[in-house]
Design a protein around this ligand. Sequence first.
Ligand SMILES: Cc1cc2nc3c(=O)[nH]c(=O)nc-3n(C[C@H](O)[C@H](O)[C@H](O)COP(=O)(O)O)c2cc1C
Length: 207
Amino acid sequence: MNQKITIDPETTSWIEVYHRMTEIVIPRPIAVVSTVDAQGRPNLAPFSFYTVVSSNPPHIAFSPHLSGRTGEKKDTLRNIEVIGEFVVASATELIAEKVNACAAPLPTGDSEFTHSGLTPEPAETVTPFLVKESPINLECKLVEIRAYGDQGGAGHLVVGRINRIHLNADLLNDEGHIRSEALQAVGRMGTNLWVKTRETFPMPRPE
Ligand SMILES: Cc1cc2nc3c(=O)[nH]c(=O)nc-3n(C[C@H](O)[C@H](O)[C@H](O)COP(=O)(O)O)c2cc1C
């Protein structure tokens, strides 16, 4: 018989709980979040605690944690608190390594665009930049931030309303749907594993 293990988060280190959660909730899409600070300096970082929240009107959410190393807010969260705007680009196979490079703990104010080789492009309705190499960019206005604690690892859910959806025209099929095989989105699994999204199967909804 398969023996069961039960974890009580109250009596387990948050790092252990973090590992189990990121191994359980898979696959997770990766938001490449572009922000600027009060001086207009660009910042870019990946976040896999990311999902859609509402379609009408469209909202998305992602969750930067307080740093596990320092307990401090990450630059992305600080910038959004000040500016109230952000852009979410999609992580794809072509730019996966550059997206990963954006997770390096650079000094505040140093641009992950420069560090990773990704290219900033002006957005239409917000100050943060689009990511030129990503085939999808979402311009977002901050709606709310909700903190779930004040220690390292505490999530800060950032919800934004989408102002503009930019996508490369060659992603679309004849019916106007985005072809996932053309997008080649990548996602996050547990540990340091990423996942490709090439293998799909149809599952018609029950009538
Ligand atoms: C694929 C990937 C997904 C990540 N997801 C998250 C996440 O959901 N929440 C988080 O706080 N950090 C996440 N990180 C770590 C941040 O990207 C990292 O701390 C980054 O340096 C934060 O940048 P910033 O200080 O410029 O905001 C992720 C890293 C990678 C590579």
